[in-house]
Ligand binder design. Structure first.
Ligand SMILES: C[S@@+](CC[C@H](N)C(=O)[O-])C[C@H]1O[C@@H](n2cnc3c(N)ncnc32)[C@H](O)[C@@H]1O
Length: 262
């Protein structure tokens, strides 16, 4: 009944008070700025300028679509959730940006002819939940023009370890650190890769690794959320996050930026 009510509210009023809209969340917005900071540098160095085409695979409510759309890039987002895409459309409208939004499973949409060849592709915070992630990466590469820019975030070795310890489950922490993929205590699938795994993974896909950047080390480790900071503190936090070296393995995600085969 609860599920039916939720579906009805979503369908009729585009409303779901329990939905975690990453585009409307102040913390997620702060982390989005870190992603954008890094990705922008490579768009520039690879000479990918507006109105080039950028696809986001698993875009949810458009947290990463909007900042690039506002710069004039032609943004396409794919997500399995129609509700997420309606949120993305709404957020796009509110800043005067038109987004191309495609609903469906990433594997299906990327295999179809619904997507034009892209200059760059972003896939943030999705891969860790996809069992066939290597196949998905291959599909993403085939969606890019030769030499296109692929920006993907992966879970790091210590994320599940620390998360399980914080929940008081040492056995799960130990299991998560020993195995690079498996099932979490609740049954959800997970995977993680360290930096050498990522080098090997992308080399096996004939991609040149241009850079790796941790996403969210200091907020995640300290427990201090950007949303609780004032504007000046948030700016200092962001500068520290993007410039400070060290503790990369302790980040929540590692953003890998590669150039696909020419
Ligand atoms: C954690 S959110 C990340 C959203 C966005 N990339 C960001 O960083 O703001 C993951 C999103 O990926 C979508 N997703 C996960 N697996 C998918 C699949 N196989 N096909 C399509 N969408 C998928 C989910 O619906 C969800 O909206």
């Amino acid at each position: 009944m609860q599920r039916f009510k939720k579906k009805l509210l979503r369908a009729l009023f585009n409303h779901d008070p329990g939905y975690y809209d990453m585009c409307a969340d102040a913390n997620e917005q702060a982390f989005a700025e870190v992603y954008v900071h890094h990705i922008e540098q490579y768009l520039q160095s690879e000479n990918i300028k507006p109105p080039a085409k950028i696809l986001e695979a698993g875009c949810q409510a458009g947290r990463l679509l909007l900042p690039f759309a506002q710069q004039g890039y032609q943004m396409t987002g794919i997500d399995a959730s129609g509700f997420a895409l309606r949120k993305a459309k709404h957020h796009g409208k509110s800043v005067g940006c038109k987004l191309k939004l495609l609903r469906g499973d990433l594997f299906d949409v990327l295999k179809s002819n619904r997507v034009e060849l892209q200059d760059a592709l972003i896939c943030a915070e999705v891969i860790y939940m996809i069992q066939e992630y290597q196949e998905l990466l291959r599909l993403m590469i085939s969606t890019l023009k030769p030499g296109g820019l692929l920006c993907v975030s992966h879970r790091t070795p210590y994320f599940y370890w620390l998360n399980s310890l914080r929940q008081g489950d040492e056995a799960a922490a130990d299991r998560a650190l020993k195995t690079r993929e498996g099932a979490l205590p609740g049954g959800d699938y997970f995977n993680w890769q360290d930096e050498s795994d990522l080098q090997a993974l992308y080399s096996s896909l004939d991609c040149d690794v241009l850079g790796m950047h941790p996403i969210d080390r200091f907020s995640w480790l300290s427990g201090v959320a950007p949303a609780d900071m004032n504007a000046e503190q948030r700016e200092d936090w962001k500068n520290y996050e993007v410039t400070q070296e060290g503790m990369e393995r302790w980040a929540k995600y590692m953003l890998v930026i590669v150039r696909t085969p020419k």
